[in-house]
Design a protein around this ligand. Structure first.
Ligand code: GUN
Length: 282
């Protein structure tokens, strides 16, 4: 029982993924559409590009102005859908408010939707069919399996109901035969539910939202949030000064940084490779 630090796992996976890329006839290519100058998005995109380089995937950023017209974004996506050299398309979220996020996310070709965000891919996930799956939820399941943490039959509480995290993750846990509860801002008796859970996934977005005393001994805690505390340091929802107390209580905990965030990028890269592998098999 310990900190579930993803760094060693990421190093191992990069090596494996690089070998898979080398076996392909064509290098996979990932196109990232970034709109505007959101600081956090810029960092996330840079990190994705760096990982692409490490495994030998071709990548490109299409950077559009903050005030870009909806038709231009639409045209850009439709062109990429048609381009046979493009393996995967990613529209970095959030996008400026004047753009229709649901519409633009959904015109990405299902097979090129490396985020697994389209209605087609979300529908396949709910039906238990093969499709692309949101990368953060994928990364959480991979992390639990790599650290040999039981999922089957476990009581899982997910504190998040977003389309990116909570909803797809609940489906993945169901596929693994867990018993899943989704909590949100209107949930009653949250603290009681946390105490009764074997695995707690938190993506609330508030530093110090959870403390050591909130959890029963031996709970596995997956902290998805990326917050910044008063000193400007990156942290999750779980209070950093309580990490030691949680380890002493025999809990498992993903640290922030070096936890789930690292896994999201690796899964994005792996899904891009999987798409190209499928294309070559057809
Ligand atoms: N913004 C925050 N997380 C994500 C993600 O996983 N994919 C995309 N496209 N945008 C994001």
């Amino acid at each position: 029982m310990a900190l579930l630090d993803a760094r060693q796992l990421v190093i191992k996976k990069i090596e494996i993924l690089r070998n898979r890329v080398n076996k392909l006839n064509k290098k996979p290519s990932l196109i990232i559409i970034r709109i505007g100058n959101d600081f956090a998005s810029g960092k996330y995109v840079a990190n994705k590009i760096k990982r692409c380089e490490e495994v030998g995937i071709e990548s490109k950023i299409i950077h559009l102005e903050e005030d870009v017209k909806q038709e231009i974004v639409e045209e850009t996506i439709l062109k990429l859908n048609e381009d046979k050299d493009v393996t995967g398309i990613l529209l970095q979220l959030p996008i400026p408010k004047h753009l229709d996020e649901d519409y633009l996310t959904n015109i990405i070709e299902n097979d090129k939707d490396v985020d697994g965000f389209t209605i087609g891919n979300m529908g396949k996930l709910c039906l238990g069919l093969d499709g692309n799956v949101a990368c953060t939820p994928r990364g959480i399941i991979t992390l639990l399996k790599e650290f040999k943490i039981d999922i089957e039959g476990q009581d899982v509480l997910i504190i998040n109901r977003s389309n990116i995290v909570g909803k797809p993750l609940s489906q993945l846990f169901l596929n693994e035969n867990a018993t899943v509860t989704i909590a949100h801002s209107k949930t009653k008796n949250l603290k009681e539910k946390i105490k009764l859970s074997d695995i707690v996934v938190t993506a609330v977005g508030k530093s110090n939202f959870l403390r050591s005393e909130d959890f029963s001994p031996s709970t596995t805690i997956i902290d998805v949030s990326i917050n910044f505390n008063e000193e400007g340091k990156m942290c999750g929802d779980v209070c950093k000064s309580d990490y030691e107390g949680l380890i002493n209580k025999n809990c498992n905990l993903t640290p922030v940084p070096n936890g789930v965030g690292q896994m999201t990028v690796i899964e994005l890269i792996e899904q891009t490779i999987e798409i190209e592998e499928k294309r070559e098999r057809i």
